[in-house]
Ligand binder design. Sequence first.
Ligand SMILES: Nc1ncnc2c1ncn2[C@@H]1O[C@H](COP(=O)(O)OP(=O)(O)OP(=O)(O)O)[C@@H](O)[C@H]1O
Ligand SMILES: [Mg+2]
Length: 379
Amino acid sequence: MNNNESPFIFGRKATGNSFTDREKETERLLSNFRNRVNTVLISPRRWGKSSLVKKAGDLTNSEIIKVIYIDAFNLRDAGEFYTMMATEVIKGTSNKIETWVEYVKRFFSHLSPRFSFGTDPFTSFELSFEMDSVERNYQEILELPEKIAIDKKIRLVICIDEFQNTANFSESALFHKRLRTAWQNQQMVTYCIYGSKQHMMSALFEKQSMPFYKFGETFHIGKISNLDWVSFITNQFQHTGKSIDNSMAQKIASAVKCHSYYVQQLSHLVWQRTTNKANEDILIAALDDLLSQNAMLYQRDTEMLSETQLNFMKALASGITRGFSSQKNLLKFKLGSSANVSKLRKALVEKELVETQGKDTEFLDPAYELWFVREILKK
Ligand SMILES: Nc1ncnc2c1ncn2[C@@H]1O[C@H](COP(=O)(O)OP(=O)(O)OP(=O)(O)O)[C@@H](O)[C@H]1O
Ligand SMILES: [Mg+2]
């Protein structure tokens, strides 16, 4: 069978057959969801947080434990957050139009939202609130999940994606305090909070002075191993009537340092070019394609760097991962003083271009690194 549809998925959550590995992480989430342990999940961009939570959430979702997803990516302020929370909690706990309206009457005493129904009023609606009324009565919304759970004798797991985005809200510290205060008193609702921007998430959840300190179990998910990728890639080829050697599959995973999104994208580009069996030439062409698809972005990110930031990236790209502040490296790469090195690193972490693992600093995006070496370092 030669199936025309690519078995590799990127840019969307990996589900079903395109989801691989992460068994331990899935187990851990499942256990937290079932045992009412709040979870904070952190990783660099595109390593697989959303896919993992969706997987564990779908396995948990049942008549007695309802899983609700909130994506904070596009939210601009606390008001929008509360509105989305109310909408999704009501939608997620009932599919009957009468119940929605009844919930609002029973559980809100000061808030009176307006419903606007979608094309199919039985499956979709939006709520809207008067914004100053939300500001005064936000507690009613934060308490809503617990009230509904008690009323319906169910438990809720509320998963909030892209949580780092809430740090951009005005008065975000106050907002976070309010969430924490409400959530810590709830018995029937468990929260799973996840996002990228590691430095920001870590600051929110791991600093003693911050409201979410010791809110729940915090874990940083790692990468899927090369070995797991090899069996995934070879299987996906096989299922679609094509083939690839273990060694070629391994080269795909290594080329992009096992970064989930890029492994899938590169595999897809190799798969697309392969009629029967993948080979080295195909991999080279696929990698060129991947880099040129992203070149504009990389170009832009590079142009935004200050001169010393660029020098720091050059040092990284030439293989240095630590010891930037040694006299030799300061001079060789024109990094200024050692105090300057810390500043540079901090700025680049904030731009999400590099990440630090213990003492080492690395490119966060392995494809950007490849591009940088080709286009900046070697020119
Ligand atoms: N378990 C997995 N198995 C296979 N591929 C995966 C897995 N997890 C993630 N991927 C791949 O990585 C891509 C990014 O995954 P996902 O969106 O879950 O990551 P994320 O960490 O939530 O990203 P972001 O930081 O952009 O929110 C997916 O589109 C998919 O190609
Ligand atoms: Mg995500």
